[in-house]
Design a protein. Structure first.
Length: 669
């Protein structure tokens, strides 16, 4: 009786070993696509390419289960779970625990005693229970990754001992001998996006190995080989809703895959597996589906192998060739399987529907014209819509200390997958006027797909802030140096007008404005000396109070100062900008001012109509304007008028500069 019980126990152990399944863990999305490496962007199946972990949002969790569908298949088995975390900007760490990744080999044997046959099958088990990966984003398009994978080999060998019950009776008791060897492999990976719709990947698999001892040398024939290999992957999105992928390995394995999104939250997948060591080359076919709702995603897949030989769940040692295994998941002994998974994104999971493609800032900010930056763009930011729906993107720019708060742009509509340039305007505070010389400041540019809320992407660019006296050379910007409301300008013009009060009393009303301009010019000329710019920089312009205090300036300084004085007593002015097309180095500028005289009184101004211009004033009324050559202002009103009139006649009347566009008149309001 004791002997029979022992035999029954051994037979039960042998039956349990024979039902083990050869099954490897696979994320359903990965198994459905086959060529998955270039599409890794989260913790699912990251062992195909750990560099793709940088695509995670924050916390990433998934769990999977599977069932075999071929001969010997059973119920659902817990495959494992994965956990990933993005940290410190663009660093990611992930771990994958997969107790369901296993392959069993049985070496059949029997032991006969007292007419009984006892099973002494040796079970060799292979599994990959653990993987750890780390990835870092080097740039917007390049990521690097490294991972360590644990592989175990276990040998379970039943032995027997003869134990005496009494002097006349003995029994045979089983003793299970178990040996285990742990092997760690190291892989290196890279992901690169040469274009927005193309992804490439490379993985050096099993580049290094650390092996523990624990299995007797008699089982070395069952050890899995250490094979270094290079795996390459590529993915392309010809349109927003379709992705196609390909993968190949120096281990003579390859795959093709495709993923289609008929709806924004629904994915349909298929893949083909190839093995160059098999005939036919096509090894398996995968299909799958995925659905996303808010921050959860469910995936399902089915993999069918073209050859069903030795895929019954247990591999006999006589049919087992360890040299053919370089991937437990797609080994020649893995069976057909249906897999299911659920993934959750936790933590900072807000989607970012827009991404900054680039920032382009203008030539710089001129403090003299800083108020114009509020409506004249200082640059542009190129924004891509990464979502499946149209968005209204807004951009903002902020420069610390020089701005009180970020300046938000107007919304720009962007269609899915497309890019658009969003103009950047900036509202600076008065501190910008205190910058004495050219400096460089960091400008933070943010974009958002909503009118309010957190920004969806951020970039920094270097913004040039010029000194308060710097000028970009355009007449439009020179207007901002004209300061008629400055106290020193007002005091100067009032003193000149007060001193000439008696001479103005008898002047006809229609000529009063012309007379005041003449008196102001003559008095102004007597107070100043014409000198070249001390910095020898044409873009350096003095503000009117600086010119009045120094009593000296170049032609641009005098133009600005005299325009300020005229404007302070209500006389409109305009700049005439001349850039000869055949001699741009002879570019110059002179001044026009409004006499307020109607055209019918033109002979009261001059008997020569070539000495004045008829144009509309600020109020829209046509009046007589006089040109003044600013380089001659120090010689008095008549000299400046004569040279200005000749200059205007040569450039505009004879040279047709206004009609040709190389002469521009810019009003100073």
């Amino acid at each position: 009786m004791p002997l029979s019980r022992s035999a029954a126990l051994l037979l039960l152990m042998g039956a349990a070993g024979s039902t083990a399944c050869a099954q490897a863990i696979f994320a359903p999305r990965a198994s459905a696509l086959g060529a998955y490496a270039a599409l890794v962007q989260d913790v699912r199946g990251f062992t195909a390419n750990p560099a793709g972990l940088t695509g995670m949002k924050d916390w990433d969790i998934y769990t999977t289960t599977y069932t075999t569908t071929g001969t010997g298949g059973g119920g659902f088995v817990f495959s494992g779970f994965g956990l990933g975390k993005r940290f410190l900007g663009f660093n990611s760490l992930a771990v994958q625990y997969t107790p369901g990744t296993t392959l069993d080999v049985v070496k059949r044997a029997t032991f006969r005693i007292a007419g009984l046959s006892l099973a002494t099958d040796t079970l060799i088990n292979y599994d990959e229970p653990l993987a750890v990966g780390y990835a870092a984003r080097v740039s917007d398009r390049l990521s690097l990754g490294i991972q360590a994978r644990m592989q175990t080999e276990k040998v379970s060998n039943p032995q027997y001992t003869l134990e005496a019950i009494n002097d006349s009776l003995s029994t045979i008791l089983p003793v299970q001998q178990t040996y285990q060897r742990d092997v760690w492999f190291a892989d290196l990976a890279v992901s690169w996006k040469p274009a927005d719709d193309v992804s490439l990947s490379a993985l050096g698999r099993s580049l290094a190995r650390i092996t523990s001892r624990g299995i007797p040398s008699g089982y070395d024939q069952y050890a899995l080989p250490w094979t270094r290999s290079l795996e390459l992957g590529a993915a392309w999105s010809p349109v927003q809703s379709i992705r196609v992928s390909a993968a190949g390995s120096t281990a003579k394995r390859g795959a093709l895959g495709a993923e289609w999104n008929p709806l924004a939250d629904l994915s349909v997948r298929c893949g083909l597996y190839g093995d160059g060591t098999l005939s036919p080359f096509l090894d398996a076919v995968g299909v799958g589906i995925g659905y996303r709702y808010l921050f959860f995603e469910a995936d399902a897949s089915y993999v069918r192998f073209t050859s069903e030989a030795n895929r019954g769940g247990t591999v006999a040692s006589a049919s087992f060739d360890p040299s053919r295994i370089d991937d437990l998941g797609m080994s020649p002994y893995a069976g057909d399987r249906a897999s299911f998974s659920i993934r959750a994104i936790l933590g900072n999971v807000r989607e970012t529907p827009v991404r900054i493609e680039g920032v382009q800032l203008a030539g710089g900010v001129y403090p003299s014209a800083f108020q114009a930056m509020a409506y004249r763009p200082v640059g542009r930011v190129r924004v891509r819509n990464t979502s499946n729906r149209p968005v209204a993107a807004r951009a903002a720019i902020f420069v610390d200390r020089l701005m009180d708060r970020p300046t938000l742009s107007q919304p720009v509509s962007i269609q899915p997958g497309e890019t658009a340039d969003v103009p950047l305007t900036a509202v600076f505070n008065d501190r910008v006027k205190d910058i004495p010389a050219v400096t460089i400041r960091d400008a933070t540019v943010t974009v958002s797909a909503a009118i309010e809320g957190d920004y969806d992407d951020e970039a920094q660019a270097r913004l040039v802030i010029h000194g308060r006296n710097d000028w970009d050379g355009t007449p439009e910007s020179l207007r901002y140096f004209v300061t008629p409301d400055d106290p020193e300008v007002i005091r100067t013009s009032r003193e000149i007008m007060l001193a000439a009060k008696d001479s103005l009393s008898g002047v006809p009303s229609e000529l009063g404005q012309l007379r005041r301009a003449k008196l102001l010019c003559d008095a102004f000329a007597g107070r100043l000396v014409y000198v070249s710019d001390p910095k020898h920089l044409t873009e350096f312009v003095q503000y009117s109070p600086e010119t009045l205090r120094s009593r000296a300036g170049d032609c641009t300084d005098m133009t600005v100062c005299f325009s300020s004085l005229l404007s302070s007593i209500g006389i409109s002015t305009a700049f005439v900008d001349v850039v000869p097309p055949k001699a741009p180095e002879k570019a110059h500028m002179f001044l026009l001012f409004d006499t307020g005289v109607s055209p019918q009184y033109g002979d009261h101004v001059s008997s020569n109509p070539k000495r004045y211009i008829l144009r509309k004033s600020k109020s829209g009324r046509e009046t007589i304007w006089l040109p003044l050559e600013t380089t001659a202002i120090t010689r008095g009103f008549e000299e400046a008028w004569t040279e200005g009139a000749q200059q205007y006649f040569d450039d505009v009347e004879l040279g047709l500069g206004l009609a040709s566009g190389w002469v521009r008149i810019v009003d100073v309001y």
